[in-house]
Design a protein around this ligand. Structure first.
Ligand code: P6P
Length: 340
């Protein structure tokens, strides 16, 4: 009798047949990420108990205070990827430049990983869900170390993407372009177990997620869309509910499961948007599209945006397809892109 539990490792191996020419490298790479996730989860779960909280005293490339768990998570993911031998370089939110993995076993590895090792870390101290986001590309050059054209690829070239949410339970959600599957960590056996097979984002929803504290700085299209969400219209079950956790992975995960839209538009403080293209918006957009949702910068599909730099920012409209389309219509009408 087939056991009721399918672990992440079993699932990866079973689905390897999706890629007839694969020789197991991507499978091993996903396994390496799963291992790092379990190690980070252990520390996140006891963050309140040991002196791992609080400012690390340094500033990361984003100019933000670095919490010790940020540093720890970054070290764990880079270490696991280095040990696994399937990754030749890592682009991380915590590192200004590309981290080359030059060991004999890795320097010719075929994959590049972009990672936000611990997103939402400002929430660590208040016990709000935080997350890891990862994106995997096949390298394009093989002349020694990885080059810009290896990690500045269009988001639609990703071979896999996923996130880990460290919340009331810890989940790993990922796609390799053949749908989205979610795994919940069972601490009693230390395994991620398939709990959300073939995840689908509802085409519409009743939740909108945006930091309305920035309202005065929003583009007019966003202001008008917010008013649409807040208008009384029983036929379309408006007003919608506002839900904003301030932790991207948690807000995305809720909208993926229940339907809804998350918007981080351009603001006065972040004229290009706050969120990062390579290791936040591209992977989450790949996942949401694979689940039937939609993701754009208000005008262009996120996965079609040509990256020009490692820490490039972009506005993000992501979630239920019909809601993102509606928001884009408001942007086209009230905040048309400056054609000049
Ligand atoms: P704001 C957390 O710092 C983060 O990077 C994302 O996780 C989150 O969605 C966003 O910033 C929140 O930003 O400006 O609303 O506090």
């Amino acid at each position: 009798m087939k056991s009721q539990v399918t672990t992440l490792g079993q699932f990866i191996i079973e689905r390897q047949t999706d890629f007839p020419y694969a020789k197991g490298e991507l499978s091993r790479l996903l396994r390496d990420i799963g291992i790092a996730a379990k190690i980070v989860n252990r520390e996140v779960n006891k963050a309140g108990l040991v002196d791992i909280l609080g400012e690390f005293g340094t500033m990361n490339v984003q100019g933000e205070e670095v919490k010790k768990l940020d540093v720890y998570a970054n070290e764990q993911f880079i270490s696991a990827l280095s040990a696994g031998g399937e990754t030749c370089a890592v682009a991380s939110e915590e590192n200004e430049g590309l981290v080359h993995i030059d060991s004999e076993v890795s320097k010719n590895a075929k994959y590049i990983v972009c990672v936000d090792p611990l997103d939402g870390s400002s929430n660590i101290d208040v016990n709000v869900s935080i997350g890891t986001i990862f994106s995997i590309y096949r390298r394009m050059t093989f002349n020694g170390q990885a080059e810009e054209k290896d990690y500045l690829q269009l988001g639609k070239e990703q071979v896999a993407a996923g996130y880990i949410i460290y919340g009331s339970s810890t989940m790993l959600v990922y796609t390799t372009g053949k749908g989205v599957n979610g795994f919940t960590l069972d601490p009693s056996i230390g395994e991620f177990c398939l709990s959300h097979p073939d995840m689908k984002c509802p085409t519409s929803g009743k939740l909108y997620s945006i930091n309305e504290g920035n309202y005065v700085h929003f583009p007019d299209g966003v202001k008008q869309y917010i008013k649409y969400c807040q208008a009384i219209d029983p036929e379309t079950e408006r007003p919608y509910s506002s839900r904003y956790i301030g932790s991207l992975v948690a807000d995305l995960h809720r909208n993926l499961l229940k339907g809804g839209i998350f918007i981080y538009p351009s603001t006065h403080k972040s004229p290009k948007g706050k969120l990062r293209l390579l290791y936040e918006c591209n992977p989450l957009s790949f996942i949401i599209e694979q689940a039937g949702g939609k993701a754009s910068d208000g005008f262009r599909r996120i996965l079609d945006i040509q990256p020009n730099s490692l820490h490039q920012r972009t506005p993000l409209f992501i979630g239920s397809a019909d809601m993102v389309t509606m928001a884009e219509e408001f942007m086209a009408k009230y905040s048309p892109v400056d054609a000049s």
